[in-house]
Write a protein that binds this ligand. Structure first.
Ligand code: SF4
Length: 368
């Protein structure tokens, strides 16, 4: 559960719901006994019995872009992950592993995420995963992609195979984005990403979330970014989320609570334009909150298991593999996502509280 200070009280973000509490129920950033009692009565932080298993499959560790802050594919070679692609044999191993874990958990529905690197560097692998699972169980399927390779034909085939949702990322308005999020050959990507998303929105039923990565120098220009995106995208069909860039050693400055004011203003403007704001979440993660993949697993292209997305490809953080399951060292190697969170916590808390204030004002709550 998280407590974040909003305009009219404290937002309590729990596992099952979010509530706004009056100031008197929070002291020194913690719930009073009465506050705790009220939250329990409202069932805000109730952990429901799982109704799905979560699986992230990395279809390609390589990427066609070279974002300077990337923890997976840094242009200077720091912590670069060896290129690897998922093949049909590993897809079959994924299905076998996942069916076993789902039987243990007692669930029938799968929440599947296709991830990279850039997953669309291996479109055949993405289609194989979607079709293999879709043929055997109810699946809710998403992808995190940079969007550059999302041609109209690829979007249509992915949607036909069962993909429902894609998240793409912008690194600021056109000029700033095109300084950071460039191809390996240095070509800009802003207009191409938006054109690909807009085309997929027109021709398929795919849903989209645009995540805007922010650093302090991007924040004053978010209004321009929103206007540029709104000119191209199906705005009411697009979720919008603002997030800080985590520093994986690239020297990216962290935005602070003051910077969050600019981000919240941008969220208010985005809501006015008709974008749907993504509802802030508590800090539970199906992949890494519990050990040994009880609620979810992250699988690399060669079938190695990792505890979270951040760890993929780092061999000393491998926690098992598909055929034999989690290893004896898995708990010692377990890493939780958001390892850089303390650096950006003040910003994220203030931003999330502001987003909830905006959503409350507009009576609009959207899940990604
Ligand atoms: S698009 Fe994603 S995976 Fe590729 S370099 Fe940029 S941040 Fe890294």
């Amino acid at each position: 559960m998280r407590l974040v200070r909003g305009e009219n009280g404290w937002w309590c973000i729990g596992r099952s719901a979010t509530a706004l509490l009056p100031d008197r129920l929070v002291e020194n950033g913690d719930l009073t006994a009465e506050g705790r009692e009220q939250l329990n009565a409202m069932g805000i932080d109730v952990v429901q019995a799982p109704d799905h298993y979560s699986l992230t499959v990395v279809t390609s560790t390589g990427c066609n872009l070279g974002c300077s802050y990337c923890f997976q594919n840094t242009p200077d070679g720091r912590r670069r992950i060896a290129p690897a692609r998922l093949d049909a044999r590993t897809v079959a191993r994924c299905v076998e592993f996942t069916e076993k874990k789902m039987a243990e958990l007692g669930v029938r529905r799968l929440e599947l995420l296709l991830f990279g690197g850039e997953p669309l560097l291996n479109p055949a692998g993405c289609l194989q995963v979607l079709r293999a699972f879709g043929a055997r169980m109810p699946v809710t399927a998403s992808m995190i992609s940079n969007g550059v390779l999302l041609t109209p034909r690829t979007a249509a085939r992915l949607h036909e195979a069962g993909l429902g949702h894609l998240q793409v990322t912008l690194d600021g308005e056109r000029d700033r984005h095109d300084r950071t999020r460039v191809t390996r050959g240095g070509r800009p990507t802003f207009d191409l990403i938006l054109a690909n998303v807009a085309s997929a929105q027109r021709h398929t039923g795919l849903r989209f979330t645009v995540r805007v990565n922010v650093t302090p120098d991007v924040l004053p220009h978010l209004g321009t970014l929103l206007d540029q995106a709104a000119a191209v995208l199906d705005v009411p069909g697009t979720n919008l989320a603002i997030a800080p860039v985590l520093d994986y050693g690239a020297g990216v400055p962290a935005p602070d609570a003051r910077a969050a004011e600019q981000a919240v203003q941008a969220c208010a403007r985005a809501a006015e334009l008709g974008f749907r704001l993504v509802r802030p979440r508590d800090d539970h993660c199906d992949f890494c909150s519990e050990a040994d993949g009880r609620l979810g697993a992250v699988v690399a292209p060669d079938g190695t298991l990792f505890s979270c997305w951040d760890a993929v490809g780092e061999n000393d953080l491998a926690v098992g593999e598909l055929d034999s399951g989690y290893s004896n060292e898995s708990r010692a190697r377990w890493r939780r996502c958001g390892g850089e969170l303390p650096r950006t916590q003040a910003f994220s808390d203030a931003l999330d509280a502001g987003v909830l204030d905006v959503i409350r004002a507009r009576k609009e709550v959207t899940r990604p």
